[in-house]
Design a protein around this ligand. Sequence first.
Ligand code: FDA
Length: 511
Amino acid sequence: NSASSDLDKRFLQCFSLKYPNSSTAEVVLTKNSTSYESLLQSSIRNLRFLGSSIPKPDIIVAPKEQSHIQVAILCSRLLGMQVRVRSGGHDYEGLSYASDSDDVPFLIIDLINLRSINIDMEEESAWVEAGATLGELYYSIAKASNVHGFPAGSCPSVGVGGHLSGGGFGTIFRKYGLAADRVIDARMVDANGRILMNRTLMGDDLFWAIRGGGGSSFGVITAWKVKLVQVPETVTIFNVPKTLDKDNAVATTNLFLKWQTIADKVPKELFLHSVMSVTNSSYGGKTLQISFTGLYLGTAENLLPLMQNKFSELDLHYVNFTEMSWIQSVLYFAGYSINDHLEVLLLRNQTSQSFKAKSDYVTEAIPKEGLEGLWNMLLEEKNPILILTPYGGRMSEISGTETPFPHRNGSIYGIQYLVYWDSNEETEKHVDWMRRVYEYMRAYVSKGPRAAYLNYRDLDLGINRDNTTYEEAKSWGLKYFKFNFEKLAIIKAQVDPANFFRNQQSIPPFN
Ligand code: FDA
C-alpha cells in the first residue's frame, strides 16, 4: 500500500544520505526489489511462518559491513520501525523474520553477507561472523586441523548469531560445555547505533548478557571470537534402536529406566542421548521406538569396557561401534553418511516442514507409569520426536550464573518435544496435541519454575504486550533464565532503556 511504499522511500532516502556513494540497492531491499522474496524465504526454517497471513517486513537490509547495520538502526529509529535480526533463520517461532502485527512497520537485518571465519591455530581460536552457520564453522576447523573441534549444535544450517547468543549445545557439550561458554570476545552494534568492537567496549554486563540471554534483546551481534577445543583423532559412535512392540516392551522400558539413572553420570567423554519416535510395528500398526545413540571421545577399545560396566543391559559389542574422526561424527549427527564430502556441511538452504517444539528439564527420573502415559500420547501423532539430552559432566561444573543459561547442575536431562506436519491447514491439530503432551508432562519435570531452553523458543510460555513490565515478563523469563532473569532485565535497562530491540519475547527493561 502507499503508506508502506512511502516508508520504503523514506528509509532509502535516509540510508543513502549516509551512503551517498555506495549502491544502496544492493544492501536495502524493498518489497519491489527482485531479490526481496527469495532472500526473505532463503532461511525460513519453519514453514508455519511462510503463509500469506504472516506480516512481511517492509525492508530487508543485507549489510556488507558493520556500518550498514549502524545506519539501518539509526534510520529505523528515526522512522519508528521495529528491527528483527536474522542469522540462520532457525528460530522456532520465526522471531527473526516474522512479526505478529500488521500495524508496526518492521525491517529485517539479515546477516547473510557477513559470514567470514578466521581461524588462528596458534591461539586455538576463531573469529566467526554472525551470519556464518555451524556447518561453515565446523568445516573451517576441519580444514585447519584434525584434532580440533567446537562444541555446538548438530544441525549444520543453524546460524552462529542466534545459536551462540541463546546457549547452544551438541554432542560434545558434556565434555566442553555450551557454545556460549567458549565465547571469548564479540562485536556488536547497539541500540544507539554504536559499533562495539570488543568486550571491553561492551562492558562485562553486556558481554555476559549476549552469551545465553538471546542477542535480539540487546543489539546486533556481528561476530564472535570463540575458543576451539582439542578433540581426539579417533571418536566412536553407536546407535541402538529398540521398539516397544509387545515382545520387547518390558526390556525396552527397563533400558530407558536404566538410561535415566546413568546418562548424566557416565564420564564426560561419553554423550549418550535417546530419541523417541513412532515407527511401524512388525505386528502391523504403529509402535514406539527409542534409539540410544552415543558419541565417545575416544576409541572403541576404551568404550567397550565403559559400556559393559555402566550400561551392560544395552549389550554392546565391537560390531556396534564405528570409529571415525570428529568431523565425520558431525556428518553423522547431521544425518549424512560419514563418507560424504565435507562440503555438504556448507549447504544453507535445507528443505523444511512446519513444526512446533517445546522443551523441559528433568531433575528426577520419570517413573514407569509416567513414561507409559507419555508413550500412549506419542502414538496418537504421526510424526512426533522427543530428543532426550543428558546433562552432567562439564555442564554441572559451571555455575548457573556464569552465563544467562541457568540449566546446569541438577538437570539430569533435557527434553525437546517436536512434531512435524506437511500442510499448514493441520497446524491447529498438531499444536493442540503438543500442548496436551506438555500439560501431561508437568507432573514429571522441573518445577518452580518449569524450566525451558531459550533456543527452543516457545511463545506458549508467554508473550509481551505493549509496554510489558519486568513483572509480567517473569511468566516466561524465569522459565528460560531462572535467577538470571532479573540481571538480564537490569542490563537491558542500561543498554536499551527505550526498548528499541523488542519482539514477542524480548527481555523488557527492568522497572
Ligand atoms: P535466527 O536467525 O532465526 O535467530 C534466532 C534468534 O536469535 C532470533 O531471536 C534472532 O533475532 C536472534 N539473532 C540471530 N542472529 C542475531 C545476531 N546476529 N544478533 C542478535 N540477535 C540475533 N539448538 C541447540 O542448542 N542444539 C542443536 O543441536 C540444535 N539443533 C537445531 C536443529 C534445527 C533443525 C533447528 C531449526 C534448530 C536447532 N537448534 C539447536 C535451535 C537453534 O539453536 C536456535 O533456533 C537458534 O536460535 C538458531 O539461530 P539462527 O541464527 O539460525 O536463527
